[in-house]
Design a protein around this ligand. Sequence first.
Ligand code: ATP
Length: 236
Amino acid sequence: MAAPALELKGISAGYGRIEVLHDVSLSVPAGTVYALLGPNGAGKTTTMLVASGYVRPTAGCIHVAGSHVNRVAPENLAKAGVCRIPEGRGIFPNLTVNENLRMFTYSSPFSTSEVQEKSYARFPRLGERRNQLAGTMSGGEQQMLAMSRALVADPGILLLDEISMGLAPKIVSELYELVGQLAQEGISILLVEQFARTALAVSDYAAVMTGGRIAMVGQPADVADFVNEAYLGGAA
Ligand code: ATP
């Protein structure tokens, strides 16, 4: 059996002297979508930051496709196939859509024109706005551009942090269509989402975090029941 795409074992981590994650373990099997749910401040984003090398754990191990990667710098983890689409989009606001896509292709296996073709086929709206400064686009359009990074990277594990943040339901469902498509292409995905139901609909596994600990791991249906009882994130 293939090694998990991402495995965290007994992770403790935090900011300065404040420990935020306490003994967090999770395993994203290769080719699956794994949702990480939980109330505000539970430690979901911190978990993503640990997985992508931006926050160093004070205890525990991180494995990517079976290789131990504690202390590996974020840029080297990116080369090893860890692609994070950060909360707040992670695009270049003062560059056009075309220029952003060109920046994304830096150290990518795909050429700029291939990436533009793929992105514009997936999101025609981006094609229409190819010469517009990214920072002047709507939130949804900016998120589409951010998600195009995943089409560029051919990632081993894709980390998606609250891609629905502040967006209209129609845009959210377009973005989740892409998530479903990437999953069908065999990309392993760990996603953090405030809308539990939206996330569970595309997930193979899910975990609920509370207070910096994993409170439950299971199949989406079991987790949905737990979420509804544990906090109000199941409202959408
Ligand atoms: P949300 O759903 O609100 O985004 P989350 O589950 O992603 O929350 P985190 O962002 O990981 O939670 O935050 C977990 C805890 O760590 C919170 O108490 C937060 O205040 C704290 N925290 C996050 N970032 C920092 C930081 N840079 N410095 C100090 N504390 C931080």
